[in-house]
Design a protein around this ligand. Structure first.
Ligand SMILES: Nc1ncnc2c1ncn2[C@@H]1O[C@H](COP(=O)(O)OP(=O)(O)OP(=O)(O)O)[C@@H](O)[C@H]1O
Length: 601
């Protein structure tokens, strides 16, 4: 029952999707709800009339007498026919409203979910529990169609039951109470098993996610070649099967218990119904009820029992599904931690002095290990700074802090003397452009793949083409059958995949497209051939002209391009200086440089 508290917010959400459809749906259902009792009543009148006419023993031989005697019956039959047609029309109209409303609702909640997820912190996405939550919420946006029409159907059936109940109460209030009492155990049983199903599904979320993941790596374009050459298929299939089997077993136990108890408790309900029926037959036989009353009462009881049982089943589905709404609504309640403060100021344009890291320390959520700590250095406005260090030294983490994907746990980062947290987040993000090492290969058109660098300018074709030229992506794109309109990647039928280096040129185009005040390139040339790398560097100066740039690379040919170099080791600054200074000082930089140089000799 507690789960039902999610229904009012659900209704508000549905109402906001389309007030007109919502209201039409309710109105149609209200009318439809009253049709059954009216039909049963007309049916009773028909029977009573037939009995009456038969009882008068009137001679129906003459046409006139015949017409006179049967006229009321004809009217009654016409009324029944009208009601039957009305019921059918109303049924179709409500089904139409339900499906339109359901589709709109799915679209709207999906969009809301995407928007909300996008507003959350990166940290959330790196947290498995959050992912489970997101996954559960996501399932709600597609599955809730059924819930909606069930809730509406439930309301309609309740009105029908009440109307039948009023009719029945007029004849036999005691029997009504008997029926309600007999159905109660089945109702409680259903509610109990729902709660159990939900907690089973809930506790298995991580495993269900693993199942999805295994299914994905077992059969996806991105993993197919590695799965084949390593012969992973059997391993993955067996692993899937083992996990799926244990989930199946847990589910089966519950399903069997539910079915057994459900059968038993509903037999109690049937018992109540037949007891009431027996009483009605007895009282008709003893003359207390007419034959018409008998048909009305038997019909009403039958109808009511079917409705109550249906409602019971669907109530338990409704409350069961409403439990899952918890996931959706509580997902919407998650607030981002990295956000703009109300007094936030815009990022200065141009940045006058630059960024200062003051004793910055950061641990990833859930990790004991400091990714960076005691980090202090200055990134001057207009300079190109290279970050060098061994794997795991903290280079990417530093960049994430600079772009405020995370906030430091210790110390602070200043921009022109103000804490980064005092700036408006949108303005900060707009001033910063990052091309990550693991940039995204969007399976969209080539032009969109560059335009993502500044999506607001996606219609600015000259800007896209200039960006492509400068990042050397133009020759790649021009050789595609459909040029800039070519869909990239293999996900869609018309897509054409690129080589690693070609993708990197496209991604680099985003940096030119972005044209941000602070440009961060994480391994921008790792996949480029020697000639392309050389050419990119030729253009590097004009990419970073008048801008502040941060460059992460393991290639010293790239690193040398920078004005200054920061050597990181285990999350701390080990050395800072120009290439020449660092070589002369003979520390870690000189050592790493020498190691790489040796490889080329
Ligand atoms: N999302 C994460 N969650 C937890 N720990 C992380 C996460 N990302 C990185 N780390 C840890 O933080 C430390 C710094 O990682 P970072 O990615 O900044 O290194 P890096 O210098 O960029 O390395 P590479 O040269 O391999 O790209 C490492 O010890 C790493 O294990």
């Amino acid at each position: 029952m507690g789960a039902l508290r999610h229904l009012p917010p659900l209704f508000r959400l549905v109402w906001s999707t389309s007030p007109a459809l919502f209201a039409a749906n309710l109105a149609l259902r209200l009318v439809r709800a009253l049709v059954p009792v009216t039909m049963l009543w007309v049916g009773k009148l028909v029977v009573d009339e037939v009995v009456r006419v038969a009882g008068t023993g009137a001679d129906l031989g003459g046409l006139g007498a015949w017409a006179d005697a049967l006229q009321p019956l004809a009217w009654l039959l016409a009324a029944e026919l009208g009601l039957a047609v009305l019921s059918d029309v109303l049924g179709r109209a409500t089904a139409l409203c339900d499906s339109l409303l359901g589709d709109l609702f799915t679209n709207e909640t999906s969009v809301r979910l995407m928007r909300h997820a996008a507003a959350l912190d990166l940290a959330h996405f790196e947290d498995a529990d959050f992912y489970d939550h997101l996954e559960r919420a996501r399932r709600q946006t597609t599955g809730r169609l059924v819930l909606l029409s069930q809730v509406f159907g439930q309301m309609q059936d309740s009105i029908t039951v009440i109307s039948l109940g009023i009719g029945l109460a007029a004849y036999a209030p005691g029997l009504l109470a008997l029926l309600a009492l007999a159905l109660l155990p089945a109702f409680l049983g259903e509610a109990h098993f729902n709660a159990q199903s939900y907690s089973l599904a809930y506790s298995w979320t991580p495993e269900r996610r693993e199942l999805d993941y295994l299914r994905y790596i077992g059969a996806s374009d991105e993993t197919a070649k590695e799965v084949k050459v390593f012969g992973l298929n059997d391993y993955l299939a067996t692993r899937y099967q083992t996990l799926a089997d244990s989930y199946y077993r847990a589910n089966r136990t519950l399903a069997i218990r539910r079915a057994s108890w459900g059968g038993l408790l509903s037999a109690v309900g049937s018992l109540g119904y037949y007891a009431a029926y027996a009483v009605i037959i007895y009282r008709t036989a003893s003359g207390a009820f007419t034959i018409g009353d008998l048909t009305f009462l038997a019909g009403s009881f039958g109808r009511m029992r079917a409705l109550l049982e249906g409602m019971l089943a669907s109530f338990s589905t409704v409350s069961g599904q409403a439990l899952y709404l918890e996931d959706l609504f509580s997902f919407f309640e998650i607030e981002p931690q990295v956000a703009s403060s109300p007094e936030a100021v815009p990022v200065p344009e141009p940045i006058a002095r630059g960024f200062v890291f003051e004793n910055v320390g950061f641990r990833y959520p859930g990790s004991e290990h400091w990714a960076v700590r005691g980090l202090s250095f200055t990134l001057h406005a207009g300079e190109a700074l290279a970050l060098v260090g061994e794997n795991g030294a903290g280079k990417t983490t530093l960049v994430k802090l600079l772009a405020r994907l995370y906030d430091p746990e210790e110390g602070r980062i200043l921009l022109d003397g103000r804490d980064l947290r005092e700036y408006d987040l949108d303005s900060l993000r707009s001033a910063v452009g990052v091309i990550f090492q693991d940039f995204v290969r969007y399976h969209l058109t080539a032009s969109e793949n560059i335009a993502v660098g500044r999506i607001a300018e996606r219609e600015d074709r000259p800007r896209i083409e200039t960006s492509a030229q400068r990042s050397l992506a133009d020759s790649v794109i021009e050789s595609l059958p459909e040029g800039y309109e070519q869909t990239l990647g293999k996900r869609f039928k018309t897509g054409v995949d690129l080589s690693g280096g070609q993708w990197q040129k496209v991604a680099l185009g985003r940096a030119y497209m972005r044209d941000a005040q602070l440009l961060i390139l994480d391994e921008p040339t790792a996949a480029l051939d020697a000639r392309a790398e050389y050419e990119v560097f030729e253009r590097f100066k004009d990419l970073t002209e008048g801008k502040t740039a941060v460059l992460i690379s393991h290639r010293f040919s790239t690193v040398r391009m920078a004005d200054r170099i920061l050597v990181l080791d285990q999350g701390r600054v080990e050395q800072v200086g120009t290439h020449e200074e660092l070589l002369a000082s003979g520390g870690r930089y000189a050592e790493l440089f020498e190691l790489q140089a040796q490889g080329y000799r």
